[in-house]
Write a new protein. Structure first.
Length: 500
């Protein structure tokens, strides 16, 4: 890092703004020796980091270290009209776990942390949080508002909750935790490793301070993104109604009405960020106080029942082989269980004259002793004596490899490489004779017209297809001028595209 004078910094900034500098960004660190804040014990190094990007460049996610105050904010501090707020407590039950830290940010990248060490007489902090002319931004405001009311004795209003806004507009996901929102909306990865740490310690570690600051540094940017989505989806009024109800919802939690304790959707929505645990503990103190006698009785009962259940389970595990041998009688397996099942297979062979053929299928069953194979969604491709080929597909087929026959059924389609396609319900293939025939209603079409009949037969090694009557033929007027077929595939596998 090079030290420069103020005049040199000004010249570099002017060059960046005018676009004449070859640099992408200018990073300046200003060092000063002064107390961190009012109420702190002695001076410390305080540095500020400024990053000035070139036009079109992305601002780096660098912020000055948080300013830590003890017990209250300075009287002359001004954090603007929209303030990001978060809290850290000793646990998740506000009736038991005290409020330790309140984090604030005005949106300028500077976090202000108030460590409550010597009680909760913090008039400046209370006045700011209760000021009706300042909007307070939270993530999961329900818990923070309850903790603030329980220990500072004030109702925080007006408020905005990024978690509620996310659930109203980001319905394409069930991930609404702070880490997920910062990543998805701001493009920054934050760490939650210090979430469960000792916030009641006399001296907080640098890692704790950095973690606490990250909870408020991105709320303004998240709110801007979420407001755009709320306006786009027409849900601004719904969001505002939810925000207005939050102080009342927090008061109900403190009074013992935990209406979300058994909601399965909250379990899925808050997985990973501890929100469901916070919901469950908000009214734990009042509930246990009201039901202490029955709670003690249930505990005593469980102390007897659980060991008995454990003993019974171990006994079952030990004796299970003998019990199974006593009551289990082998039954004859079904024919389908005894058959060998093949999936996504292919048969490749040649007929009596050496002409190759291929059969593919989705699944097939064959008896252990051999015999015909039952296939699902088969496609047979046969090469004829004159070098031409035929392709046949159906829903089901029985393939007898020894006899060289294939019996097809269910939406049978036959395609000739000359461009002719025939549809019927049942067809038979005699591989060694290059013969394909059927005796059910058949319809076909090709380059020169359409035909229907009671049956069909492919003869002369595929050079001719005979449709048996009564038959109906529709010729196309321009068939004589057609030099090439209108539908020709270069390879058999291009005819039918199977979905496996």
């Amino acid at each position: 890092m090079r030290r420069v004078r103020a005049a040199q910094v000004a010249e570099l900034v002017d060059a960046l703004v005018s676009g004449t500098s070859g640099r992408k960004a200018l990073k300046v660190r200003v060092f000063s020796w002064a107390p961190i804040a009012a109420g702190m014990r002695g001076p410390a190094d305080m540095w500020h980091c400024i990053r000035i990007p070139l036009r079109g460049g992305a601002m780096a996610n660098e912020f000055p270290p948080p300013i830590l105050y003890r017990n209250d904010l300075p009287a002359d501090i001004d954090l603007g009209s929209v303030i990001a707020v978060d809290t850290e407590t000793m646990g998740l039950n506000p009736h038991r776990d005290r409020l330790c830290l309140v984090q604030l940010c005005s949106g300028d990248g500077q976090a202000h942390l108030v460590q409550l060490v010597d009680g909760y007489d913090a008039p400046n902090l209370k006045a700011l949080l209760a000021d009706p002319n300042r909007l307070k931004l939270f993530h999961f405001a329900r818990f923070d508002i309850a903790a603030i009311k329980a220990y500072l004795g004030i109702v925080t209003t007006p408020v905005y909750c990024t978690k509620i806004a996310s659930r109203l507009v980001r319905t394409f996901t069930d991930r609404h935790g702070l880490k997920d929102l910062v990543r998805d909306l701001v493009g920054v990865e934050i760490s939650k490793q210090q979430q469960s740490s000792d916030w009641g310690a006399e001296t907080l570690t640098p890692e704790q301070l950095k973690y606490a600051a990250s909870d408020v540094l991105y709320l303004h940017a998240m709110r801007a993104k979420l407001d755009e989505m709320l306006a786009r989806e027409g849900r601004v009024a719904y969001a505002q109604a939810c925000f207005d109800f939050l102080p009342t919802r927090a008061s109900l939690d403190l009074a013992g009405w935990d209406m979300a304790a058994n909601r399965q959707s909250d379990d899925q929505d808050t997985k990973g960020d501890g929100t469901q645990d916070r919901l469950r503990h908000l009214s734990t103190g009042r509930r246990l106080a009201a039901y202490a006698p029955s709670y003690s009785i249930r505990v005593r009962q469980l102390r007897i029942v659980l060991p008995l259940v454990a003993i019974f389970t171990v006994a079952i595990v030990i004796l299970w082989p003998k019990i199974r041998a006593e009551f289990h009688h082998p039954t004859e397996t079904s024919q389908e269980e005894r058959q060998a099942k093949m999936v996504n297979g292919r048969f490749v062979g040649s007929d009596a004259h050496g002409r190759p053929y291929t059969i593919t299928y989705d699944s097939a069953l064959q008896p252990p002793q051999g015999g015909p194979i039952d296939m699902v969604n088969p496609i047979a491709e046969l090469t004829l004596e004159n070098g031409r080929w035929l392709a046949v597909k159906a829903e089901k087929a029985r393939y007898d490899q020894q006899a060289g026959t294939i019996d097809l059924s269910g939406n049978v389609e036959l395609f000739h490489d000359a461009g002719y396609r025939f549809m019927t319900q049942i067809a038979h293939v005699e591989i060694n004779k290059n013969l394909i025939w059927g005796e059910r209603f058949v319809s076909g079409r090709g380059p020169k017209g359409e035909v229907q009949g009671r049956g069909f037969r492919v003869i002369n090694n595929g050079d001719a297809v005979v449709v048996t009557g009564p038959a109906r033929l529709l010729m196309r007027p321009d068939a004589a001028q057609m030099a090439e077929p209108t539908e020709v595939a270069s390879k058999p596998e291009e005819v039918f595209k199977k979905k496996r």
